[in-house]
Ligand binder design. Structure first.
Ligand SMILES: Cc1cc2nc3c(=O)[nH]c(=O)nc-3n(C[C@H](O)[C@H](O)[C@H](O)COP(=O)(O)OP(=O)(O)OC[C@H]3O[C@@H](n4cnc5c(N)ncnc54)[C@H](O)[C@@H]3O)c2cc1C
Ligand code: FES
Length: 343
């Protein structure tokens, strides 16, 4: 990964600033496979992107900008056909399987240079939209709406970040590591996957993750900031065999009580993994923030498709107290783990 000039950056006066939350056209800088099914997509933006923070996401158009159709050709045309002979469909939109709605992706990194801003997105190929993204190459154009959502909070009285990411929950942790480095926090990364070739990270050559679960400088996304990381795989094919919580628990247990008070667990990944991590943090009296990647459509508070149950009053995790629906896209995606009604 290239050197990061700045998270928000100071740019020359002649570089335009893209206004808060907007539709912006971007150019693919690169789109590299990281492991089976995962790609790192770097997008160059034409000016200075609005300030962003870790936890925020963008809604990527997963099809050619402009909707994949020649709108001018469609407008004002009167199409007539013989009912016995159906018309031949030639518009891209009608011929190809393309994702109609934009897809949400967490910011995995950001930098600013003399010409504008770049942002990183790490995407896993799971369906129509991400299959289209996988074929992007340098110079291709995409458009996105962002930045969207709230962000992870770095409380002033804390200084130790335990960054826990599983599967497609890893990308926001990389951006958070970048941010925490600038804020002067101590960080340990916890990286989990079912198996070695689904680990969406860059392993440093000659630095195998410790099979006993000790933090080492094995993962470039963390080691570039001098942060160690623990790797776990369900099948033991890399790092510690087990769940990501199996890597986190010994570290929490080893912290002194004052150090636990200075720590915050930040977690993103599958719901069961986030819930288990939140329980573990609570058992050790450590604050926990979760990034809920609820399936969503509009990403900006209109469609109500992304509701999550949040306690009115912070309660014990798992307790079925009073709750109300909140929107993962605008109230979140980041919530205090104590506030989430997991059941
Ligand atoms: C705030 C937010 C941030 C995200 N960040 C990332 C990221 O950094 N990297 C990444 O790879 N993915 C991320 N995701 C998930 C990503 O948006 C989906 O994988 C993507 O929308 C799938 O689009 P598709 O067209 O390829 O798949 P589709 O054809 O739409 O769906 C394929 C399958 O994936 C399931 N699916 C779709 N979205 C989700 C979801 N949110 N949770 C669980 N299952 C889902 C569908 O139900 C279906 O089974 C994020 C989601 C949210 C809400
Ligand atoms: S995604 Fe539409 S309201 Fe949240």
């Amino acid at each position: 990964m290239g050197a990061i000039m700045s998270a928000m950056g100071s740019l020359p006066a002649n570089v335009s600033t893209i206004p808060m939350r907007c539709l912006v056209g971007a150019t693919v800088v690169f789109n590299e496979p990281i492991c089976r099914e995962h790609f790192r997509l770097r997008l160059g933006l034409p000016g200075r992107f609005s300030p962003t923070k870790p936890g925020q996401f963008v809604q990527l158009g997963c099809r050619p900008p402009g909707g994949g159709q020649n709108q001018e050709a469609l407008l004002g045309q009167c199409i007539e056909w013989d009912t016995a002979i159906p018309p031949k469909l030639t518009q891209t939109e009608l011929c190809e399987e393309l994702a109609l709605l934009r897809r949400p992706f967490s910011l995995a990194g950001r930098g600013d240079n003399a010409t504008g801003t770049w942002i990183d997105v790490i995407h896993r190929v799971v369906g129509t939209g991400t299959q289209w993204l996988a074929h992007l190459a340098a110079g291709d154009r995409v458009d996105l709406i962002g930045p969207l959502g709230n962000q992870f909070e770095l409380p002033d009285d804390k200084s130790l970040g335990l960054l826990v990411g599983g599967g497609v929950g890893l990308p926001p942790m990389f951006y958070l590591a970048q941010w925490m480095h600038q804020a002067g926090w101590d960080v340990v990364g916890f990286v989990g996957a079912t198996t070695r070739d689904l680990l969406a990270v860059t392993c440093n050559s000659g630095q195998e993750p410790d099979p006993g679960g000790l933090p080492t400088h094995c993962i470039e996304e963390f080691s570039q900031f001098n942060f160690p990381a623990v790797v776990t795989t369900d099948d033991g094919s890399q790092g510690l065999m087990g769940r990501v919580t199996d890597g986190l628990e010994p570290l929490l247990r080893g912290l002194s009580v004052p150090r636990r008070r200075q720590a915050v667990v930040f977690v993103c990944g599958p719901q069961a993994m986030m819930q288990a991590t939140a329980h573990l943090a609570q058992a050790y009296g450590v604050d926990c923030q979760v990034c809920l990647e609820q399936a969503m459509a509009c990403g900006m508070g209109t469609c109500q498709s992304c509701v999550v149950k949040i306690h009115d009053q912070p309660g014990d995790i798992g307790e079925t107290g009073d709750w109300r629906y909140k929107l993962a896209c605008t109230d979140g995606p980041v919530f205090n783990a104590q506030d989430v009604a997991w059941a």
